[in-house]
Ligand binder design. Sequence first.
Ligand code: IPE
Ligand code: IPE
Ligand code: MG
Length: 245
Amino acid sequence: MTFKDQIDLSKLPEHIAVIMDGNGRWAKTHGKPRIFGHRNGVKAVREISEGAAEIGIKYLTLYAFSTENWNRPQLEVDALMTLLVSTVRNELKTLNKNSIRLNAIGDLSRLPPKTYKTLMEGIEDTRNNDRMTLTLALNYSARWELTEVVRNVAHDVKQGKLNIADINDSVIQAALTTHDMPDPELMIRTSGEQRISNYLLWQLAYAELYFTDTFWPDFNKEELYKALVDYQGRERRFGQISEQL
Ligand code: IPE
Ligand code: IPE
Ligand code: MG
């Protein structure tokens, strides 16, 4: 029996977040430069997006470039930014065919102009698709996001639009880059690393974490479905005890 057959479609998470990791090490095992790994990582992005949409996942959020990734060798950063342009252009057809809406979170204003422009075009061209929202976290970090939230909330207080006493969970939730989506119920990280790397710190507060040794370019639909089966076998207690659920 495949993992896909074992999934209970009535208990799917609405939102899956992914840290796509291991492109560089995957390339190394093939005796190739790191960028070869990133190029093959694009295939996994296509496969996982299709695989998620196919079973009815509503939101898929992929960590594609962190604010810390600017510290990589310039050649790799340039290659990643160029790869992003070609990927968005090449994948538009598939996104529209599958009715997937493209979205992006992060400090997008700092992306190279061409990358930014292509990204905005992709978002515009897919904005009426409603099967699944595919969000790319680009020049994203949770500390950047939460700092922006504090700045915006403080601004509203200063303008007299908000009382300090009224600042609560919902006010913060509404100021996040993900304000229009539910929090991810499942977070998957490939490549064997077991850390969050500055990803969605607020949103992942109660997410189930799933780690696999598979490098991102080798991550496929069945691996995604395996993660979902694992997720569905867990008991999510949210602070309560088993008997209360
Ligand atoms: C993930 O793969 C892709 C990005 C961070 C852009 P890595 O490039 O981090 O690959 P490893 O972790 O070095 O193998
Ligand atoms: C996290 O991967 C960021 C992305 C997947 C875009 P990294 O490979 O940059 O994370 P660290 O540095 O190993 O924690
Ligand atoms: Mg890495």
